[in-house]
Design a protein. Structure first.
Length: 95
């Protein structure tokens, strides 16, 4: 629908991706267009330019920091929303 935020979801746990997709659908105003399970998938989704926002787990297999830097270097028009389920502050500080 016009005016909706087009989202990509990337997490290596399918249950998390499906849950986030369901929340987006119930909330409205958002369309989930792409799903992935790794940092490489996040970059592929960004390169396709199908999404305005990528919601990604910072603890994905692969180097999420490098993925975001690469996206910036390529001037891809996507915003990253990075989240973690980690309980330890060190993982967030390192990012």
């Amino acid at each position: 629908m016009p005016g909706e935020i087009v989202i990509g979801l990337v997490d290596d746990h399918p249950l998390v991706v499906d849950g986030l997709a369901e929340i987006c659908n119930l909330r409205g105003g958002m369309t989930v267009r792409a799903k992935g399970a790794s940092a490489a998938d996040a970059m592929d989704i960004a390169r396709k330019r199908d999404c305005q926002v990528l919601v990604v787990d910072m603890n994905l297999p692969g180097d999420m920091c490098a993925t975001i830097r690469q996206s910036a270097r390529e001037h891809l028009p996507v915003s990253f929303v990075v989240y973690t389920g980690a309980l330890m502050d060190e993982s967030v500080e390192d990012f």
